[in-house]
Design a protein around this ligand. Structure first.
Ligand SMILES: C[S@@+](CC[C@H](N)C(=O)[O-])C[C@H]1O[C@@H](n2cnc3c(N)ncnc32)[C@H](O)[C@@H]1O
Length: 252
């Protein structure tokens, strides 16, 4: 997928609040072997690494564009590599992921796979957006099903693979995980207007559509902009954004 670091960074301060909450769930211990799945441009991986003394932290991402920027934050004990989070291998003390696992399908299979890569006593700590029922996301889905976009997209539309809170809790119970924590939090963002919502989703939810729309991309954005202006009038605009956070340990 053509991730664009500049577009993604436009809302960096708003996006770092859930990362801060995720960090609070991490057990700080020395000498850990850690992976950050979907590490993006690496600044937040660096913050994670700086918190964990004498640890080896690897950032993994499938986007060469995002990883190109991660090079600038490398240091001894912090490395970055290209790869697919869904096929993670090896054994880890901490598997961490902020705002990335929603890009891999089939969480009832993905989560047990990642859990299986934990060492005994290891921790899995994840944040994923769970805002897919918000009108902004519903309008994206609706527009994708209208012509000429439906044909340009070849019928493609993206449904979030993110499970319900109890869905994740059930998966962890069945895995025999310890210290199961699963919760949702609303991040109360205030944006200038609905056009700013389009800017926001252009760095995330719209990425797979932009990849497929070809020359229809600008028309798609124009139609979406009109729908969002009607559905979300006013300035400033309150944009409540729901995110799911979870943390578990593999018994030691
Ligand atoms: C929303 S960004 C989050 C980046 C970073 N974790 C942060 O919190 O700023 C999502 C990242 O997931 C990466 N990604 C998407 N699918 C992936 C996959 N299958 N394997 C690894 N990384 C993936 C994207 O390239 C992108 O950098």
């Amino acid at each position: 997928m053509p991730w664009n670091p500049d577009q993604y960074h436009k809302f960096q301060s708003q996006r770092s609040a859930p990362f801060d909450d995720l960090l609070k769930l991490v057990d700080i211990r020395p000498g850990l072997k850690v992976v950050d799945l979907g590490c993006g441009t690496g600044e937040l991986t660096r913050r994670l690494a700086d918190l964990l003394p004498e640890s080896r932290v690897a950032g993994l991402d499938s986007s060469p564009q995002m990883l190109a920027q991660a090079d600038t934050v490398k240091r001894p004990g912090l490395t970055f590599e290209l790869g697919d989070q869904a096929t993670l291998s090896g054994e880890w003390d901490l598997i961490f992921s902020n705002a990335a696992l929603q890009w891999s399908e089939n969480h009832p299979a993905l989560i047990p796979h990642l859990y299986g890569c934990l060492r005994q006593g290891g921790q899995l700590t994840v944040q994923v957006p769970s805002n897919h029922d918000h009108i902004s996301h519903q309008l994206i889905l609706q527009t994708a099903q209208e012509e000429p976009f439906r044909s340009a997209l070849n019928g493609y539309k993206r449904h979030s693979p993110v499970l319900s809170l109890s869905g994740y809790a059930q998966v962890f119970f069945e895995l025999g995980a310890d210290d199961i924590i699963v919760f949702e939090k609303v991040y109360p963002h205030v944006l200038e207007n609905s056009d700013a919502v389009i800017e926001w989703v252009s760095g995330t939810a719209l990425v797979p559509y932009f990849e497929r729309l070809g020359p229809e991309k600008d028309a798609f954005v124009a139609v979406l902009r009109e729908k969002m202006r009607t559905a979300m009038p006013g300035s400033p605009l309150f944009y409540p954004f729901k995110r799911t956070l979870f943390s578990v340990h593999r018994p030691g």
